[in-house]
Design a protein around this ligand. Structure first.
Ligand SMILES: [Cu+2]
Length: 367
């Protein structure tokens, strides 16, 4: 049964490339073109929140890179990446724009790669049209018709699909409405900063002494990693590829009074983002910007294989922790980050009325 499903997915990839019929509605050659410089997360590419005028062709370049990365001290993974980072970069366009992807698989690679864009419309999300062997490159164009935030990931067929995704090969696309985001009352909502948090579950095999195994190539560890993954218990759940990647000097930052948009993706499992000491003022369920956002959420939800967006205006300074509020995953497996917020403390919002002091139980009883 499993073999049949894997074969069907593989066959779909082969057949689709051969049977695609072209229906071109727009003269693409007349549209303005812009190159988007992709940046490593949690940074997001420079973009306007509101755009005037008609659609554009937004050119992006993703290069597949297979790199040995440290997930935690003594724990390494052959990360399968787009542009060298886990997660892959966020791509930002506006509704009606065309994304024109150049996907490059260098000849030093050991595996074939492709991209399935959840934001796109068409069989396999473009995966059948983008499969590139080492030493090949391909160009795919798709129209961004659904506003929201969406996952993209490598999906080369069969067991290679979970293997590439749990090895880090996933990112997100944000498709903004042309007139920008709206709050729950339909009023324009503008953020001062945006961050992209890509959550990654890893399944790293250990030897009989409990040490994490190190392999010579991605394929060398594939079988053991997939066998371990069938238990559905990750060894690590992390933000930005490694435990503690967004802490210390790499912590996020903001100022009191700023509105911050958090884009959070998980290509393979659910997640439960929570900002300790804050809230989601706005939460776009399922990542859809077509729907009215929910307000004042304590914890929000990322279904497996999706990205969502949440926005918060900071009212207090301090070191915030943003985590997945499955606290086992956050504290014991790594799904947490730090954020430094500068500004003036508001005593009206919170104050320590009495400092910790020793408590005399007998005196208290006398009263
Ligand atoms: Cu891949």
């Amino acid at each position: 049964m499993i073999k049949a499903v894997q074969a069907a997915i593989g066959l779909g990839l082969l057949c689709f490339a051969a049977t695609q019929a072209a229906v071109a509605a727009t003269d693409i050659s007349k549209l303005p073109r812009v190159k988007q410089e992709l940046v490593p997360p949690p940074a997001v590419p420079k973009h306007d929140q509101v755009v005037k005028g008609g659609p554009r062709v937004v050119e992006v370049r993703l290069e597949t890179k297979e790199v040995l990365m440290e997930v935690a001290p003594g724990a390494n993974v052959w990360a399968l990446t787009f542009n060298g980072s886990v997660p892959a970069p966020l791509i930002v366009v506006h509704e009606g724009d065309y994304v024109e992807l150049t996907l490059v698989n260098p000849k030093e690679s050991t595996l074939a790669h492709n991209v399935d864009f959840h934001a796109s419309t068409g069989a396999l999300g473009g995966a059948g049209l983008t499969l590139v062997q080492p030493g090949e490159e391909v160009v795919l164009r798709w129209k961004a018709v659904k506003p929201g935030v969406f996952v993209y990931h490598c999906a080369p067929g069969g067991t290679m699909i979970p293997f590439h995704v749990i090895s880090g090969m996933n990112g997100a696309v944000m498709v903004l409405p042309r007139d920008g985001l709206k709050d729950a009352e339909g009023k324009p909502y503008r953020y001062d900063r945006a961050y992209y948090i890509g959550e990654q579950d890893y399944y790293l095999p250990q030897d009989d002494k409990g040490n994490f195994k190190k392999y010579d190539s991605p394929a060398a560890g594939m079988h053991e990693m997939l066998e371990l993954s069938k238990g559905l218990i990750p060894t690590h759940v992390v933000f930005n590829g490694a435990v503690g990647a967004i802490t210390g000097d790499n912590a996020l930052s903001a100022k009191v009074g700023e509105k911050v948009l958090f884009i959070h993706s998980q290509a393979n499992r659910p997640s439960y983002p929570h900002l300790i000491g804050g809230h989601a003022d706005l939460y776009w369920v399922g990542g859809s910007f077509s729907d009215t956002p929910l307000t004042s959420q304590e914890t929000w939800f990322v279904p497996a294989g999706s990205a969502v967006a949440a926005a918060y205006e900071f009212h207090q300074p301090g070191l915030y922790v943003y985590l997945s509020h499955n606290l086992i995953e956050a504290v014991l497996m790594g799904a947490a980050l730090h954020m430094n917020v500068e500004g003036e403390w508001d005593d009206d919002m919170m104050t320590q009325v009495k400092a910790p002091d020793s408590f005399d139980a007998e005196a208290a009883m006398d009263h």
